[in-house]
Write a protein that binds this ligand. Structure first.
Ligand code: 9MR
Length: 695
């Protein structure tokens, strides 16, 4: 009988007396019911229904769906939506459920689109109740953390508390002494010759660095920038390079690009498949890591991924010549050399195991023995960047397929780049055919969202290793189809389908660490496991359910943990042991970063500032200095709490938005071009607007 406000509870932790076996409790703990507040008279029977909903936020002005799941079919279940003051704002009954064969559940969807005022609401059905949010932008923190995932996973550097907060940590894996593995010798680089290959991001929950997976991941972040420059140019995130001469996303990408460049053998342009120890390390922090590191065998897939990414980076960094003189040209040359190597070595497939040149290496393989798609992708990126005919002649548009991109399948990445450069490529290659292929995939995805029982992009065959990464990539395709066609139905589908990541899915988990009412908590991520902090590093999307290795991946065998079901959409367990469903990687976070920033861009596109009467220059809020060149300070003279600060262009277009919870706030606007701007401050439910001059 301890009265607690349940809405304030974020996590519950249960401590179990240590077992006899080394202090580890090995059994399963089943909790039937927990109540807070007044003691319950009786434990209510379990409801037959589970409410699956977007646990982060529904967005104002967009379609909103709540899905009801049950083990048996049902119809006409009454539901009610109440606002914060207990007024009923919507009520009705569900239609008949449909069987969703991917989870074995019966699903009925409730359209709550009409609940569109910003606020918090309760949805009730049977004895179940959930709380959901409607907001113009409930994703600001999530976008920052999803992006900062890359910073949190940087190799070869310490993370300082000013940027990493409680996740500050010492440096590890400097990678300045990396050995040439016997599989990778070349003239001038004999076995055990030492090279320096620092920086880069850890691939995943492990501490190795893999070129193939860096390919799609780095490309996706560069594409996010290429496609939404204004979004990124005006954005600042708390990373060490914040406010420098480059948009933050390019600073972050640079961390990995600098590493990737060291993976090219200067002797012949070939690219080592990966930088790795012979085996995975234990569950330790980077600073404790002491395994010998090697670069191993060159591969065609690594060379082509490298060529594609450095070609894209070359054109992106050409706008920042003064920041890194000569860098764009260096990247272009690196891309050309890697491509030449791949053409001369078109079928060097990386494979581990006995009998291979890398039989002593047991870390992530990223083996790919079909590189037709990587050849097309690299040729497309090199042609876009250089416009040299030799690359155009290698492009065969009719061979570039649609579908969802993934680390071994890069055709759709080529389509995405062609779509972006449609106008300037039109006289050289068949852009119409390429764009039609992309639109066909997007049509299929849109149909799934509109017609599948769960209203999502995922189909039975999509539940392979890293299925949540597939969702992000599918969102990216829908968004690109919208840009190509300006057909809003693609964007509508994307906003609906994004719910999947945040809880409207086969398990009811919100799959991004740190976000959602039922968030994942035990990712297979060595840093989160070993850092002594119970909450995992935030902003990481876990792999998600998969049935690639049916009937049982067995990665948790021996730990007493099993998958709750064998259905593809719910075969997932939030446990460290399940690397096949609960790991995190750079290639799954990248489309999340892409999609959430793109959707935010469209969400704000039509938002303009309206200034109420007497709103300007109210003297309850001080905004200084003015004129200003870098950090703007905001202070409430009445010590009221400031909840949000927004910056608008004088035309009323939103440029920056920052959530605050303090009586003072600061906004770094050093990257913003000079001119007149409006700052809107939300404090105690009221808004105040000031004009400022940016010098
Ligand atoms: O994402 C990869 C998945 O497609 C493969 O099926 C799986 C097994 O080879 O490997 C996954 O990648 C892992 C990599 O090999 C090592 N670092 C962690 C990656 C994510 O689990």
């Amino acid at each position: 009988p301890c009265p607690v406000d349940p809405s304030k509870i974020r996590f519950l932790q249960f401590f179990v007396n240590p077992g006899t076996n080394g202090g580890q409790y090995n059994g399963t703990l089943t909790i039937d019911w927990i109540s807070f507040g007044a003691p319950l008279e009786a434990i209510p029977p379990a409801s037959a229904f589970d409410i699956r909903y977007n646990q982060v936020s529904y967005l104002k002005g967009r379609n909103k769906t709540i899905s009801i799941a049950a083990q048996s079919s049902f119809s006409n279940q009454a539901y009610t939506v109440l606002d914060n003051s207990d007024n009923v704002v919507l009520s009705g009954t569900t239609g008949s459920s449909s069987l969703w064969s991917d989870s074995g559940e019966h699903i009925a969807n409730v359209d709550i689109t009409s609940v569109d005022d910003e606020g918090t609401y309760r949805f009730q059905l049977d004895q179940e109740q959930i709380t959901f949010k409607v907001s113009q932008d409930g994703y600001a923190d999530l976008r920052e953390e999803a992006f900062k995932y890359y910073y949190y996973n940087r190799s070869s550097t310490a993370l300082e508390a000013t940027h990493a907060g409680v996740y500050a940590r010492q440096a590890g894996t400097p990678d300045t002494q990396v050995k040439i593995h016997s599989s990778a010798v070349s003239p001038g680089r004999p076995e055990n010759f030492v090279i320096s290959s620092p920086k880069g991001w850890y691939d995943a929950g492990d501490y190795n660095k893999y070129v193939v997976n860096s390919g799609i991941s780095t490309y996706t972040l560069l594409a996010a920038f290429e496609h939404y420059k204004t979004e990124w140019e005006n954005l600042q995130y708390n990373i060490p390079e914040q406010g420098g001469n480059l948009p933050d996303i390019l600073d972050e990408v640079l961390w990995n690009l600098d590493w990737m460049l060291t993976m090219q053998d200067p002797h012949d342009g070939g690219v080592y498949h990966k930088l790795t120890a012979k085996n995975f390390s234990g569950r330790i922090m980077p600073a404790q890591y002491n395994l010998d590191r090697y670069v191993v065998q060159k591969s065609t897939a690594a060379a082509l991924n490298f060529a594609a990414v450095t070609a894209v980076a070359s054109r992106v960094f050409s706008s920042y010549e003064s920041v890194r003189p000569g860098f764009s040209a260096q990247l272009e040359q690196a891309a050309k050399d890697a491509y030449d190597w791949a053409q001369a070595n078109p079928a060097v497939y990386y494979r581990q195991g006995s009998g291979t040149p890398v039989s002593d290496i047991n870390t992530g393989e990223y083996g790919d023995s079909n590189v037709t798609d990587e050849f097309q992708w690299a040729a497309v990126e090199l042609f876009i960047t250089t416009r040299e005919n030799t690359y155009r002649d290698d492009i065969n548009v009719s061979s570039i397929g649609g579908g969802t991109p993934s680390w071994p399948y890069s055709d759709p990445l080529a389509l995405i780049s062609i779509a972006q450069y449609t106008t300037s490529l039109a006289s050289s290659i068949n852009v119409t055919a390429a764009n039609n292929t992309l639109l066909e995939t997007a049509d299929e995805l849109k149909n799934r969202v509109n017609s599948s029982p769960m209203k999502i992009t995922m189909d039975t065959n999509d539940y392979s290793w890293g299925s949540n990464g597939a969702v992000g990539n599918q969102l990216m395709l829908l968004i690109r189809a919208y840009e190509l066609s300006k057909d809003e139905s693609y964007l509508d589908a994307a906003y609906t389908a994004m719910d999947y990541i945040f809880g409207r899915n086969g398990t009811g988990y919100s799959y991004v660490t740190g976000f959602g009412d039922r968030q994942v908590f035990e990712p297979h991520h060595r840093i989160s496991d070993a850092d002594g902090i119970s909450a995992p590093v935030p902003g990481m999307i876990v792999g998600g359910p998969q049935n690639e290795n049916n009937p049982d991946t067995g990665d948790c065998s021996g730990s007493g943990v099993s998958f709750p079901t064998n259905f593809p959409a719910s075969k997932y367990v939030d446990h460290w042991c399940s690397y096949s469903t609960n790991e995190i990687t750079i290639n799954w976070n990248a489309p999340l970063v892409y999609a959430m920033h793109a959707l935010n861009f469209y969400q704000n596109e039509n938002v303009t500032l309206s200034v109420g009467e007497n709103e300007i220059n109210q003297n309850t809020i001080k905004v200084f200095p003015n004129p200003i060149s870098d950090v703007l300070n905001i202070q409430s003279s009445l010590a009221n709490t400031i909840s949000k600060v927004e910056l608008y262009s004088i035309q009323g277009k939103k440029i920056l938005s920052k959530e605050i919870d303090n009586t003072t706030a600061s906004l770094n606007i050093s990257n913003i071009t000079s001119g007149l701007y409006l700052v809107k401050i939300i404090s105690e439910g009221q808004s105040h607007t000031s004009k400022i001059i940016k010098q």
